[in-house]
Design a protein around this ligand. Structure first.
Ligand code: 5AD
Ligand code: SF4
Length: 439
């Protein structure tokens, strides 16, 4: 039987990149990647624990994987990532899973697989202070090959009270800058035109060794210097750490895309303190002002949580008014979901009734919809440089790609994916700019 591995990825972009690291490790041990569950001898799910509904979905998938095991004895099922880290033995106890590996244990996968093949379910959820998989060249999953993600750090030291990430991904570690720049060079040479530097909090990237110290602004500059034809993006920024130095580097390089994802979570100082975010509303608004001044036209997106512990109508209105004031291009908006073991779960009751959370979330979504419509419509008449990603989902013969400020553009063109084109914006929806190619 051929060694074929199928891998499903849930959650954040970091997980997509981790799946690519996993494939790279497995390929070295004789595994080949397959796209159909039915063909696989090893089924892996790289999981997310950020909200309860993410985990519930994965439990549903585990049932489907189990059907494959029953149909085809010998098939192994492995759960990787954050849910593996959080639930550990509970996953093996379900009797439906053979391998459990946390985010820092992927190098041990071949060993765990071998043990599982011999009938010994394998588990490793030890978190590391050093592991960055710096020397592993990820096997790219995205076939279009136009853009790629590069993990520049792992883990998180912030300990926001609602968040499970510090427990599932461990402490913050920055990856050696030389390996990041080399990976960007290699990607560019293989035809990739856009890289996104990834970390839970890229602004606290810091590499120190023998007199050398590289912060995120310096790293970003080094990656931008790989080639003016390589676009560089990054995510996620943290409001108390995003520096003027970084904004100045962004402004200096045309190929650093003008977009910042700056999660605010709440507009209420009382909530921000309870969430243990390390900024308040006025600090956040000052940073937004600095972005607008130093990086004109910069796209700004955010994350918002509705209904955190003890949130009142007044707190909620503070969130709405902040969103009104900032005017984000788009946002990821969530209801608070209590995660076992977090500071909030241990210290504060999850006391906003579900129907109130839903209503507040809907108000947040409605407001954002209106803002997105305004922000996108404001681009009508402007010219943008777009990197073509491929055919548009809708519209015969049309292609799509993003502008520097991260807005999705759709237009008719006979140019190939990976080409930069100048377009004029002629119309807009709340999530797309309708454009015409400038000949
Ligand atoms: N409940 C709801 N949303 C959460 N997020 C993180 N933890 C929770 C939680 N317990 C959201 C935050 C974060 C994004 C990745 O997910 O907005 O920025
Ligand atoms: Fe989900 Fe957070 Fe883990 Fe990413 S780091 S997979 S978003 S819990």
């Amino acid at each position: 039987m051929k060694n074929l591995v199928y891998i499903e990825t849930y959650g954040c972009q970091m997980n997509v990149n981790d799946s690519e690291v996993v494939l790279s490790i497995l390929k070295k041990h004789g595994w080949e990647h397959c796209c159909e569950l039915e063909d696989a001898t090893l089924i892996l799910a790289n999981t997310c624990s950020i909200r309860d509904n993410a985990e519930q979905r994965i439990w549903g998938r585990i049932e489907q994987f189990y059907l494959q095991k029953k149909k085809r004895p010998g098939v192994l099922v492995g759960i990787l990532g954050c849910m593996a880290e959080r639930l550990k033995e509970n996953l093996l106890d379900s009797g439906k899973v053979d391998i459990v590996a946390g985010p820092d244990s992927y190098r041990r996968l071949p060993e765990l697989i071998a043990a599982a093949s011999d009938g010994h379910p394998g588990i490793d959820t030890v978190l590391s202070r050093e592991e960055t998989y710096a020397d592993i060249t990820p096997v790219r999953l995205d076939e279009s090959g136009v853009s790629a993600f590069i993990s520049i750090m792992r883990g998180c030291n912030k300990v926001c009270s609602y968040c499970v990430v510090p427990y599932t991904r461990g402490v913050e570690r920055s990856r050696e800058p030389g390996t990041i720049v080399r990976e960007a060079c290699r990607l560019f040479e293989s035809g990739v035109k856009e890289v996104t530097l990834l970390g839970q909090n890229v602004d606290s990237y810091l590499w120190k060794s023998e007199g050398e110290s590289v912060n995120f602004a310096a790293l970003l500059e080094r990656v931008a210097q790989v080639s003016p034809l390589l676009r560089v993006r990054f995510s996620t920024s943290y409001p108390s750490d995003i520096s003027d130095e970084l904004l100045e580097v962004m402004a200096r390089y045309d190929n650093i895309c003008k977009h910042i994802h700056l999660p605010v979570q709440s507009g209420s100082d009382r909530m921000l303190e309870k969430m243990r975010r390390k900024y308040d509303r006025s600090w956040y608004l000052e940073r937004v002002k600095a972005i607008r001044e130093k990086v004109p036209g910069c796209g700004l997106t955010t994350d918002v949580i509705a209904g955190f512990c003890s949130e009142t109508e007044e707190d909620h209105r503070d969130t709405l008014s902040l969103m009104e004031e900032v005017g984000y291009d788009s946002a990821f908006m969530f209801q608070y979901s209590e995660r076992p073991g977090t500071l909030a779960a241990r210290n504060y009751p999850d006391d906003v009734p579900p129907e109130v959370k839903t209503r507040r979330l809907n108000e947040i979504i409605d407001l954002q919809m209106r803002k997105s419509r305004e922000r996108y419509a404001a681009q009508i008449g402007s010219e943008q440089t777009v990197l073509i990603e491929g055919p548009a989902k809708k519209g015969e013969g049309k292609v799509c790609g993003r502008s520097s400020n991260y807005m999705m553009c759709v237009f008719a063109s006979d140019k190939k994916a990976g080409t930069y084109v100048r377009v004029r914006v002629v119309d807009a929806t709340p999530a797309t700019l309708i454009c015409e190619e400038i000949q």
